[in-house]
Design a protein around this ligand. Structure first.
Ligand SMILES: *Cc1c(COP(=O)(O)O)cnc(C)c1O
Length: 226
């Protein structure tokens, strides 16, 4: 992709984020994580040169190869996809800045064990499956608060920073909005436990997500469309 196309896409996304966040409040600051899974490592480097700092990948393998290839750039890497237990060590060696898809107590305990062994900590978000879809990972919205507390108590090497959710998979905006509102409610109830990040919104729904309180959006397709 040429740099001017990427620049135009980035400008447009940033402008849309700006409009949506100002509808909430001028104090509502939203972070953009660019998702690279549909694009090349060259385009990621170009987007970095245009000022984008945070990038996300949904596969450990991809995260590993790209963070290695671009190791000279001070990029902030996010792991946003489901983590299989046999990839835990690989993920911890990459030392991502945030693991956004902690999807249950079982994975938390497995992570905790490896983290303790390596004397590392990891910033994480608890993934909430607020639309209760079978195809998505994450904890149910009713149990999320208890599980969050349990992880805090049982996993001292996991530093929980908030929640992550993928909007309901439907064209029905009302249903998507409800799923974001459900996640935001859980996030709000966790603020007194230190939750500061509410990660929701992708290319198709980030403006709506921001209006529902998201302060981190994960965007791929809209940034890399030609
Ligand atoms: C791919 C992906 C995104 C970005 O999706 P787009 O619709 O391309 O913006 C965001 N979050 C997760 C977890 C993803 O896997």
């Amino acid at each position: 992709m040429d740099k001017e196309t990427l620049r135009a896409n980035l400008d447009k996304v940033i402008w849309n984020i700006e409009k949506a966040r100002l509808e909430v409040s001028e104090h509502h600051i939203v972070k953009l994580v660019a998702v690279g899974k549909y694009t090349s490592v060259e385009n990621i480097a170009t987007l970095y040169s245009l000022g984008q700092r945070a990038f996300g990948e949904n596969q450990v393998q991809q995260l590993e190869s790209r963070s290695k290839e671009l190791q000279d750039l001070p990029i902030e890497w996010h792991m946003i996809g489901t983590l299989q237990k046999n990839k835990i060590n690989k993920l911890l060696d990459i030392k991502p800045s945030l693991f956004q898809a902690l999807d249950g107590i079982e994975l938390a305990l497995a992570l905790e064990e490896r983290l303790a062994k390596k004397e590392q900590t990891l910033d994480c978000l608890l993934q909430i499956n607020s639309a209760a879809e079978d195809t998505k990972s994450g904890v149910g919205s009713e149990t999320a608060k208890d599980i969050y507390q349990e992880i805090i108590e049982r996993c001292p090497h996991i530093l929980l920073k908030g929640v992550m959710s993928i909007g309901a998979h439907t064209n029905n905006l009302k249903t998507v909005r409800q799923s974001f509102e459900t996640t935001y409610k859980v996030f709000d109830s966790l603020k007194n436990k230190g939750a500061s990040i509410c990660s929701m919104g992708m290319s198709g729904d980030y403006e709506l997500a921001i209006k529902c309180g998201s302060n981190l959006v994960r965007i791929g397709s809209s940034l890399f469309e030609e």
